[in-house]
Design a protein around this ligand. Structure first.
Ligand SMILES: N[C@@H](CCC(=O)N[C@@H](CS)C(=O)NCC(=O)O)C(=O)O
Length: 324
């Protein structure tokens, strides 16, 4: 675990000294966009045109942010257009590596380099910043289009529709305001909330994060008692963003990140909803329990120095969800 400083790798953990023990996730640096014809998007940044086999996705199967991108690649039928390289689940002193001694870890199938940082350095030899997944990479200009999963799923949602003919819309105009509101709370208190609890280095920071997390899970349970999905009858990006965290909850966040007031399976609606999304066509193929159990328990020395993997419950993901 570390970061690049002026193009040089430094093995450093997150600094929580200046923030009273709070983990603060840094913003991503690469925020360009793929659009149907390459015109810049209204979100700013450079525009890249949607083309088959021009882009490559670097992911970890362990990472909930990268997982969102994989879900959208599957939901939008992009598998034949955008190929994927999968890092090894252990993120150790060299950061993410392209070792292949774990089932599903492909190595870098484009350049054959050993570390994920080599991809960033290929685009920006003097880069300063964290070496994170996912990366949406442009093979043609050898540039990072984006390393922000929230943006990548929006691009995947519509940019390639003219090529694939898949017009399923997970960010419909009619629901954007509500999606924004839900995403904002879910990001802060659930998606990132589990990390804030797990990486806290003071009791206060942990208490704040874990209470907000369970307040939000109670709130979400209430929404799902009345609605099939977070915004009503329509499945949207808000659901997939939440699902990425929920599917990891009982196996890693509950124990490893001390988010243990409840298990996910204690919430009847949230647990059935998570199973429904898991059972969505093609999605289970993108959920690699072995990668995330290994990743979290091996990669965070400060949290689990002896790398002991807990016994973990066996969950019946294919049990009928009974929703809808
Ligand atoms: N905002 C980013 C966050 C990505 C992120 O933090 N990925 C983690 C893995 S779960 C990572 O690569 N961390 C390495 C590091 O922070 O050095 C996104 O959603 O794409």
């Amino acid at each position: 675990m570390g970061k690049l400083i002026d193009g040089v790798w430094r093995d450093v953990w997150y600094d929580t000294d200046k923030t009273g023990g709070e983990f603060q996730r840094s913003a991503q640096d690469f925020r360009d966009w793929i659009t149907p014809d390459g015109t810049p998007s209204s979100n700013g940044g450079k525009g890249y045109p949607a083309e088959a086999n021009r882009y490559h996705l670097y992911v970890s199967y362990a990472c909930p942010w990268a997982n969102r991108a994989l879900f959208f690649r599957k939901l939008k039928g992009l598998e034949d257009l955008i190929d994927v390289s999968v890092v090894h689940p252990e993120m150790l002193s060299e950061g993410w590596e392209f070792r292949t001694d774990f089932p599903g870890a492909t190595g870098d199938t484009v350049y054959g380099v050993p570390f994920l940082r080599d991809i960033y350095l290929r685009a920006e030899p003097k880069m300063t910043g964290r070496v994170t997944v996912p990366i949406l990479w442009d093979l043609k200009t050898e540039a990072v289009v984006s390393n922000e999963s929230a943006d990548i799923i929006r691009m995947f949602n519509s940019a390639f529709d003219g090529i694939t003919g898949n017009t399923d819309d997970y960010y419909p105009d009619a629901h954007r305001t509500r999606i924004y509101e839900i995403n904002a709370r879910v990001y802060d208190t659930v998606n990132n909330g589990v990390y804030k609890a797990g990486f806290a280095t003071s009791q206060d920071a942990y208490d704040k994060a874990v209470l907000a997390l369970f307040d939000s899970l109670d709130w979400l349970e209430g929404i799902l008692a009345e609605n099939r999905y977070l915004v009503g009858d329509t499945c949207t990006e808000a659901d997939w963003r939440l699902f990425s965290t929920l599917v990891r909850f009982d196996l890693v966040y509950h124990t490893h990140f001390k988010c243990n007031r409840n298990y996910l399976r204690d919430y009847p609606n949230l647990w059935a909803y998570t199973r429904e999304l898991y059972q969505w066509p093609g999605i289970a193929d993108e959920v690699h329990f072995d990668h995330f159990v290994r990743h979290y328990h091996y990669s965070h020395d400060m949290v689990n120095p002896n790398r002991i993997i807990p016994i973990n419950p066996v969950l019946d993901w294919m049990a009928p969800h009974g929703r809808g």
